[in-house]
Design a protein around this ligand. Structure first.
Ligand code: UDP
Ligand code: MG
Length: 317
């Protein structure tokens, strides 16, 4: 209470969603690593609407280590938004963001910091091989990065993760983004500055299951594509044009055949055309819909998140 809090040099930002079983051990490991670095630090945990005891554990940790701050969001806003909340709070000259599940090994922070000392503004990480990650996730992730790099004008590194170090200048720049549908990896690539990539080997999740359900992955994936590219809209235009022209050609062919008296029993071709054209129309509408949904959600300019609670609030008098 009496401590006048000087800004720490390092801020570690960790979003949590139902991570009660990882928290204590993560804290121990982090502190061990941070101790060897000999810099002042804070650890900011953002409880993203967990339904387990995550925030209570953060409180407990806070009660014996005031270098911890726990922020509790009013509901589950998603990993990307939780990261923003943590970065807005973090006051260090250097901010490191990482996951709570040990897939981002705390030891690596030393290496990230070393790169920062060499003069990089942003130090990203790339996982080279994740032990025991399901083939399905690895394959979809690989395909996704291929797709996003094909569609967008920006190159986003495959297998990049939200484990990175940013200096104050780049954090302040990052916080100027007002977007709601976020794909932070893309935004950070887009920002520029002096960036570096460090490779690491990710272990399997220590405990608990991945919080990225297929639905969350799809939604993050679509945000990544729609916020960096309008090519899908153009692709649907060109495909539409192609099908339209092919349709005209086929119509001419059908009319000529009609006058030459070669009546084809037309069931197959008719149904094919209906399916093709109908299917394509729905696809295009869907693509347009995805963009409109995002324009809509951005245009409402709603706050990105709300805080419900914060450590230190409970015993203030
Ligand atoms: N997370 C979060 N909100 C969510 C989903 C995940 O804050 O809605 C956190 C989670 O607790 C973890 C990090 O984001 O610290 C990454 O999530 P996870 O490990 O489940 O993702 P994966 O490694 O499977 O991509
Ligand atoms: Mg994980």
């Amino acid at each position: 209470m009496s401590a006048t809090k000087a800004n720490p040099h390092l801020s570690i930002v960790i979003p949590l969603y139902n991570e009660e079983n990882n928290l204590e051990e993560l804290y121990e490991e982090l502190v061990a690593v941070l101790k060897t670095m000999g810099k002042s630090y804070e650890i900011v945990f953002i409880d993203d609407g967990s339904r387990d005891k995550s925030f209570e554990i953060v409180r407990k940790l806070y009660n014996h280590d005031k270098r911890i701050t726990g922020l509790s969001l009013s509901r589950n806003f998603g990993h990307q938004v939780a990261l923003v909340a943590g970065m807005e709070y973090a006051s260090g000259d250097v901010v490191v963001m990482m996951d709570a599940d040990f897939q981002h090994p705390p030891e690596l922070i030393t290496l990230l910091y070393q790169k920062y000392s060499e003069g990089f503004d942003i130090v990203n990480t790339r996982r080279v091989e994740t032990e025991g990650i399901r083939i399905f996730k690895r394959l979809t992730s690989w395909l996704y990065y291929k797709l996003i790099n094909f569609l967008s004008d920006m190159k986003i590194e495959a297998s990049s993760s939200d484990f990175r170090l940013m200096n104050r200048r780049s954090v302040d720049a990052f916080l100027r983004f007002q977007e709601r549908n976020r794909f932070n990896r893309g935004l950070i690539t887009w920002m520029g500055f002096k960036q570096e990539i460090v490779e690491y080997k990710a272990p399997t999740r220590l405990r608990g299951r991945s919080k990225y359900t297929l639905r969350k992955m799809m939604s993050l994936g679509l945000d990544g594509i729609t916020s960096f590219s309008s090519k899908p809209l153009r692709i649907s235009f060109y495909t539409g044009l192609f099908i339209f022209l092919a349709g005209i050609a086929y119509a001419v062919f059908a009319i000529i055949n009609h006058f030459r008296g070669m009546n084809i029993p037309g069931w197959t071709s008719t149904i094919l055309i209906i399916l093709l054209v109908g299917g394509f129309q729905l696809l295009s509408l869907g693509i347009i819909g995805e963009y409109i949904a995002r324009i809509y959600s951005e245009s409402k300019s709603r706050p990105i998140y709300f805080l419900k609670d914060k450590t230190g609030n409970e015993n203030e008098n």
